[in-house]
Design a protein around this ligand. Structure first.
Ligand SMILES: [Fe+2]
Ligand SMILES: [Fe+2]
Length: 155
């Protein structure tokens, strides 16, 4: 059974970010499976490195849009990303040092923090993003609407 389940409760209302969050859920599930099945060190290290890389890229992707429209939470959101990046990098160091006993506990802490990040700040940003961007049918190509940005400034 999957450790973390993707569902509408994790949706932020922006397909491209939902897809990336779902991608992170899949990596976390692979890592959890590896821990439960006592996978060899090389495999855990590979999945851990993928988790770090994907997390960093995903945060960078979200942050690309933080200044497209007035987003008061931008600075706090960036600080939260920085804290999660620090957390995930120290988690990777645990994998690297083969501290298996601590890995399960730390993964749980990471997932809990990241889960609340999605449901809290990512969702808030997601609804602002949807209000200010036109999204193509496949959810990838987006462009800011300066008209709606200006209108929201006047509110
Ligand atoms: Fe996110
Ligand atoms: Fe975020």
């Amino acid at each position: 059974m999957a450790y973390m389940k993707w569902g509408d409760d994790l949706s932020v209302g922006v397909p491209m970010f939902d897809r990336e969050h779902n991608g992170l859920v899949k990596i976390i599930n692979r890592l959890h499976r590896g821990l439960v099945q006592n996978a060899d060190h090389a495999l855990l290290r590979e999945i851990g490195a993928e988790l770090v890389e994907f997390t960093v890229l995903h945060f960078k992707h979200e942050e690309m849009y933080f200044h497209d429209f007035p987003y008061a939470g931008a600075e706090a959101h960036i600080a939260k990303h920085a804290a999660i990046k620090k957390q995930i990098r120290s988690y990777y160091q645990l994998i690297d040092a083969q501290h298996r006993a601590e890995l399960g506990f730390e993964l749980l802490a990471f997932v809990r923090d990241w889960w609340s990040h999605i449901r809290d700040v990512d969702r808030e940003f997601g609804s602002l993003f949807s209000a200010h961007h036109a999204v193509s049918r496949d959810g990838t190509a987006v462009f800011a609407s300066s008209f709606t940005s200006r209108r929201s400034l006047r509110r």
